[in-house]
Write a protein that binds this ligand. Structure first.
Ligand code: LLP
Length: 417
C-alpha cells in the first residue's frame, strides 16, 4: 500500500475503491510486491543454485501458489492438504517438499505416494520410513541446530535445543546408524529457525553448523535453510537485507560445495519474506468510544481475522485510509470479538470517524491463514491486485459456511435429556 498526500493506493487502485467494491473486512494482496520480493531474493543469491520453496502456510490461497509457480518457485508444505492444493495449483510433485512436524508415519507414506519430496524431523519416523522404503525413497532430515536465534520471541523461536522441532544434534549418531542399516539415501539437510531472524550472522552461524554436519553425509543434493527472514513492519526493529545475506552466504556455501566434492542446491523456504508486506487487512471503524481516558476505535474485524497482535504481541502498522490529512491523535484500535481484542494499543492515527476505512498493514503472512470463525463471525474475503486489477480470490464466509459441518440431531428430543 502506497500513499500520496491525499490517498492510499495498491498499485494504481484507490484503496477506498477496493473497499467499496468488495466490502470490509477484506484482505488485499499486491502481486507486484510479491514479484519484487522474489526478484530481490534472487538478486542476493545470484551465484548459487538457489531454489525458493514458498512456505504456503503463510498465505494459503491457490492463486498465490499459482503466482509463485509462474515465477519458477517450488512449494514448502506442512500438511497433506497443502500438498494437494499445490498439486491442484499445477506444481509437479518434485517441486513440492513435505515438511510436517509430529505427524504419524501414515502421512509420510501418503506423501510418498503423491510423489513429493520428504523431510523427516524425528528419529522414530526416520527409522519407520527407512524400514519401509530402504534405499528406494530419499529423505531430507531436519536438524535442530541448538542455536538461540533471537531474544523476546519465544513463540516463534525454534533453533534452541528445547524446542520440539528437528532431530537433536546429539542424535546424529543414531541418524547415521539408520542410514547405514537400511541403506537410506539422505539427500538433504534442513534447518528452519524462527520466524524472526534479523541479521545475516544468525544464518551464517546456522550454516557453519550445518556444513560441518553435511560433510558426514554422502548422498546430499541440497541444503535447506528454511524460512525465517524478518521483514520491515515499521516497528523500528532491525531487519535482514536479503541481498546482503546472499552476498555473505554465497561464498561460504561455494566453499562448502568445493569441500563436499560437487555443487549442491541451496534451498530457502520463505513465507513472510515473500508475502508479509504484500497484504493489508481493510476494516471499517464501526464505533468510536472513550473509556477510562482511552479513545477506542472499534473495527469490523478482530483477532478472529488477525490473531498476531494478541498471540505474539506482533506489531501491525495501522492507518486511517479515509482521512490521510487528519490531525494525529492517540487511539487504541480494537476488534469486535468479545474479549480484549487489541489490534494496536496507543497508536497515533489521523483523526478517526465512524465509517472510516482503517488499514492494518503487513498482514499478508499468517493473517488469513490463521483466521477463525470465533464468535460465529465470517472470515473475510481475499482480493489479489494483479496487473492493476483487483480480483476476488476467496469469498467471505456465509452463515451456511458456519453451519455446513454441524450435525443437527433431528431425532433427539433435547427437552428430555
Ligand atoms: N519452513 C518451515 C519448516 C516453517 O515451519 C516455516 C514457518 C517456514 C518455512 C516459513 O517461515 P517464514 O519465512 O514465514 O518466517 N504464525 C507465526 C509464524 C509461524 C511460522 C511457522 N513456520 C507468525 O504469525 O508470526
Amino acid at each position: 500500500m502506497q500513499r500520496t498526500e491525499n490517498e492510499y493506493y495498491i498499485q494504481r487502485l484507490r484503496v477506498t475503491d477496493i473497499a467499496r467494491q468488495f466490502g470490509t473486512p477484506v484482505y488485499v494482496y499486491d502481486a507486484d510486491h510479491i514479484l519484487g520480493q522474489i526478484a530481490r531474493f534472487r538478486e542476493g543469491f545470484s551465484t548459487v543454485n538457489l531454489q525458493i520453496k514458498y512456505a504456503c502456510k503463510a498465505l494459503t490461497n491457490i492463486n498465490i501458489m499459482k503466482l509463485m509457480l509462474s515465477q519458477g518457485l517450488g512449494l514448502d508444505t506442512v500438511s497433506l492438504s497443502e500438498v494437494r492444493m499445490g498439486l491442484a495449483a499445477g506444481f509437479v510433485p518434485q517441486q513440492i517438499v513435505f515438511t510436517p512436524n509430529c505427524v504419524g508415519i501414515e502421512e509420510l507414506i501418503e506423501a510418498v505416494e503423491l510423489g513429493v519430496k520428504i523431510n523427516i524431523e524425528n528419529l522414530s519416523n526416520l527409522e519407520k520410513f527407512a524400514q519401509r522404503y530402504g534405499s528406494q525413497v530419499p529423505v531430507c532430515i531436519r536438524l535442530n541446530p541448538h542455536i538461540a536465534t533471537q531474544q523476546n520471541a519465544d513463540k516463534v523461536n525454534w533453533w534452541h535445543n528445547q524446542s520440539k522441532f528437528g532431530i537433536s544434534m546429539d542424535q546424529l549418531a543414531q541418524v547415521k546408524a539408520i542410514e547405514t542399516t537400511y541403506n537410506l539415501p539422505i539427500n538433504g539437510i534442513h534447518i528452519h529457525s524462527s520466524s524472526v531472524i534479523m541479521t545475516p550472522e544468525v544464518f551464517l552461524q546456522g550454516a557453519q553448523t550445518v556444513f560441518d554436519i553435511a560433510l558426514g553425509f554422502q548422498n546430499l543434493e541440497f541444503i535447506d535453510f528454511g524460512g525465517g527472514i524478518k521483514v520491515d513492519v515499521g516497528d523500528g526493529q532491525e531487519v535482514i537485507d536479503v541481498v546482503e545475506l546472499g552476498q555473505k552466504l554465497d561464498p561460504v556455501f561455494q566453499q562448502f560445495c568445493q569441500k563436499y566434492g560437487h555443487t549442491l542446491e541451496l534451498w530457502f523456504e520463505p513465507g513472510r519474506f515473500l508475502v508479509g508486506n504484500s497484504g493489508t487487512l481493510l476494516t471499517e471503524c464501526k464505533v468510536c468510544k472513550r473509556n477510562g481516558g482511552t479513545d477506542f476505535v472499534g473495527v469490523d474485524s478482530g483477532f478472529n481475522h488477525l490473531i498476531r497482535p494478541m498471540m505474539y504481541d506482533a506489531y501491525h502498522q495501522i492507518v486511517n485510509v479515509s482521512n490521510p490529512q487528519g490531525t494525529q491523535k492517540k487511539y487504541t484500535v480494537v476488534g469486535n470479538v468479545c474479549e480484549i481484542d487489541n489490534l494496536g494499543k496507543d497508536r497515533m492515527l489521523a483523526e478517526v470517524r465512524e465509517g472510516d476505512l482503517i488499514a492494518l498493514k503487513s498482514a499478508g503472512a499468517y493473517g488469513y491463514s490463521m483466521a477463525s470463525t470465533y464468535n460465529s463471525r465470517f472470515r473475510p474475503a481475499e482480493v489479489l491486485v494483479l496487473n492493476g486489477e483487483a480480483k476476488l480470490i476467496r469469498k467471505r464466509d456465509t452463515y451456511e459456511d458456519l453451519m455446513r459441518n454441524q450435525v443437527d440431531l433431528p431425532t433427539v428430543d433435547f427437552a428430555k435429556v
